[in-house]
Design a protein around this ligand. Sequence first.
Ligand code: PSV
Ligand code: MN
Ligand code: MN
Length: 386
Amino acid sequence: MSNPANVKAALRSLEIETPSWAYGNSGTRFKVFAQAGVPRTPQEKIADAAQVHRFTGSAPSVALHIPWDRVDDFTELAKHAHDQGVRLGAINSNVFQDDDYKLGSVTNPDPRVRRKAVRHLLDCVDIMDATGSRDLKLWFSDGINYPGQDDLRDRQDRLAEALREVYDRLGPHQRMLLEYKLFEPAFYATDVPDWGTSYAHCVELGPRATVCIDTGHHAPGTNIEFIVAFLLRAGRLGAFDFNSRFYADDDLMAGAADPFQLFRIMYEIVRADALSSGIAFMLDQCHNIEAKVPAVIRSVLNVQEATAKALLVDRDALRAAQLEGDVLGANAVLMDAYNTDVRPLLAELRTEDGLDPDPVGAYRRSGYGERVVAERVGGQQAGWNA
Ligand code: PSV
Ligand code: MN
Ligand code: MN
């Protein structure tokens, strides 16, 4: 698709969901550097997310994390989001921040703890009913630190049982997204360590259970675009948690460390015509030392740039080269698209849509950052930094 009008139309359909926790204070286990003006409430996080949408036009929804974003009335919160020009997106469950979960949540050997964890997941579905959210995102920190600490297979049985109960509670238009992560906080064996484990549980559950790929959750060198291609083919790719990693689960701005990888991932999406097929393109990031709202804007722009380049791949030429066995020619077609400077195209698109062509600059000039520093005193920590 190299016709610029088609590329622009496809880019207009790209929606990126931003995480409420990206706007709050976060840090590493060594130190949280508090920033002035950070949101004190879920409402204020949503107000910041609305700024990202205002300047990019591409971030119309914000994901919540429960209980970090617990409020008394979620219907009211959804209305607040709507009034700000955004909507509430995925509900992320948190069964990792309670003393009871030391030995696991849904895979804990103690049935009482397992029940408490499942109860929380069911509560999250109640919240989805109130907010109108489609997606329940599950990430489990469950695992063990030492060989023999618990029975690997029993833990899979407990996991399957918990997932089944939650899956059966979903409404007809709701989905479950099962996220995996190689390690951390469990260091020896994690109960959902990879896409294969997530995929197998999803298949067992039913069609509304799909895999969430967090780009930071793999071993170094993992070919993530292969996972994308495989899951797309199997109809089980539900969502991304985009972020960038140099070493492990760094949670830095998407596309920062490896924009080429982000391009290769987005090319597989484009190749499958799946840009607006219901896959949730979310960010899962923490901005520990940089200003938060402009960092989220920058991340949205990085995803847009990678997508624009992916849309510019001459798929007919690529296919022809592949079928001819023209190794260098095929690679050149892909690289030509990647090496295109798409910033003028995106600036043009924004201008056509009544946006400032430079979203980060426009945000800075808006004075919003200074205003909230003056208005908000005593910011909140987003929660445990993952
Ligand atoms: C875990 O590392 C994770 O990626 C999950 O998505 C959590 O919900 C999130 O980070 C918390 O920041
Ligand atoms: Mn994640
Ligand atoms: Mn993570």
